[in-house]
Ligand binder design. Structure first.
Ligand SMILES: Cc1ncc(COP(=O)(O)O)c(C=O)c1O
Length: 458
């Protein structure tokens, strides 16, 4: 029988949730134009829309909040966070930001210009958009196996080193203001990157004098995957692994809403003092004074405490086994998912589950709607609603390779019985899969349409 370790915490404060009656779920879906982003959260029973900023803070984090120093300049809380960032990541300079994309915006404003190229394994969509907004071209050089959803390889987030080396030679290092890697690779299913690969990537960048930045959103989950899967690291602590990873980089940014288990926050860190000066100037323009960024002193405290909690190995063992448990149960039903399970989410292959629905009728949208209507569950479509677009030259529609639905797991929030409930609803959806129909878009904006589009069932 599949199970995961009992939660390494007990519940001291509760937030009531309830399953609304079917008739009400139907009504709110009509009002929301069948877009799950438009649903009031109170009408959602199990919310797996994202793992970002949705985690439960610990008693220690709440206690830290009371210690927040709200001074405009030079707050004690800033210096505490500086010490923690230096201890874990080893970067001398850093600024707080209100979340990950603010750090991306600042870095792009300073380093990216027209005709510059920025490689990574896969850029997350906010990184991609921030680079493009400054005239840059994001380039994804993940290994080919990342696109084979059934390939069970341990480090599916790895970058293809040969491709990277060849591509740099073709483009010319002078056009590459910095290179990245995202750990874990969210856009590719939350898949980890090995330390061997990070070392190789760093060596390639270094040999071309290209500064190396890490998108560190889910670095702690990545560290634990390394401990579990990479020979030579089984006896290292996650903290030691993290230190080794970041010693290879010139800088990093983090949406701390993930592995630092805070509801808001992020940072941008670096070694180069000149760059830091420029970053401070940008930060003052956009986010706030360099010792608070876009955050309150109390947020800095919760973040400093949360960074260590995110690295705790009992927590990480439970976290990754919870995801693996959920994946195993879904696999037992027969629903295809991206294999192996990543760190923070399960990606259902809606295209093959609802194979009767063509891509232009949005199988992922149909599956997210079914999950809500059948059981009050909210997931997110990652398919044609999000990515289909008109080709700029031919005017033809271009559809993505995969039609996925992501079920992300908020940290320390849902118990095994919540997940068992989701599995029961997935079983019902599986049994009724032939009865579902597609959707038609009745409204969509030009850009990022998935957030506000409206639909009608066909
Ligand atoms: C890999 C990755 N990078 C960057 C971001 C952006 O962070 P934020 O949502 O805090 O702006 C995210 C958010 O999901 C992410 O997953």
């Amino acid at each position: 029988m599949l199970k995961h370790p009992a939660e390494p915490f007990r519940i001291k404060m509760v937030e009531p949730i309830s399953l609304q009656p079917f008739e009400l779920r139907k009504q709110v879906m009509i009002q929301a134009g069948y877009n799950l982003f438009s649903l009031p959260a109170k009408d959602v029973y199990i919310d797996l829309l994202t793992d970002s900023g949705t985690g439960a803070m610990s008693q220690a984090q709440w206690a830290s909040i009371m210690e927040g120093d709200e001074s405009y300049a030079g707050a004690r809380s800033f210096y505490r966070l500086k010490e923690v960032i230096n201890d874990i990541f080893g970067f001398e300079f850093f600024v707080p930001t209100h979340q990950g994309r603010a750090a991306e915006n600042i870095l792009s404003a300073i380093m990216v210009s027209n005709d510059s190229y920025i490689p990574s394994n896969m850029h997350f969509d906010t990184t991609d958009a921030n680079l493009r907004a400054r005239g840059g071209r994001p380039i994804n050089l993940v290994n080919d196996q990342a696109f084979d959803i059934s390939a069970r390889v341990p480090f599916k987030g790895n970058m293809d080193i040969d491709k990277l080396e060849k591509w740099i030679t073709e483009i010319g290092a002078e056009k590459i203001p910095f290179g990245c890697i995202t750990i874990t690779n969210n856009a590719g299913g939350g898949q980890p990157v090995s330390l061997k690969n990070i070392k190789e990537v760093a060596a390639v960048y270094r040999s071309h004098k290209i500064p190396f930045f890490i998108d560190a959103c889910r670095y702690a989950e990545n560290c634990f995957f390394i401990k579990l899967r990479e020979p030579g690291y089984e006896n290292k602590t996650t903290l030691e692994i993290a230190r080794e990873i970041f010693s290879l980089a010139d800088g990093a940014w983090m949406s701390s809403k993930k592995d630092a288990i805070v509801n808001i926050g992020g940072f941008l860190a670096m070694r180069d003092e000149n760059l830091y000066q420029k970053v401070c100037n940008e930060l003052i323009l956009r986010e706030g004074f360099p010792t608070y960024g876009g955050l309150a002193g109390r947020d800095l405290e919760a973040l400093a405490t949360g960074l260590y909690e995110g690295l705790n190995e009992d927590y990480l063992d439970y976290r990754l086994k919870q995801t693996a448990y959920f994946a195993g149960k879904i696999r037992e039903i027969g629903i295809p998912i991206i294999e192996p399970a990543g760190g923070h989410a399960i990606y259902l292959d809606a295209g093959s589950l609802l194979s009767q629905i063509p891509q232009n009728e949005f199988p992922g949208q149909a599956l997210t709607a079914a999950l809500y209507l059948e059981g009050g569950i909210r997931g997110v479509e990652i398919g044609s609603v999000m990515f289909a677009h008109k080709d700029q030259d031919t005017g033809e529609m271009v559809y993505p390779k995969l039609e996925l639905v992501r079920l992300a797991l908020p940290r320390r929030v849902y118990t095994q019985s919540h997940l068992d409930y989701v599995v029961d609803i997935l079983k019902e959806v599986w049994e009724k899969r032939d009865s579902y129909r597609g959707y038609r878009i009745t409204y969509a904006p030009e850009l990022l349409r998935h957030f506000t589009a409206r639909f009608e069932p066909l």
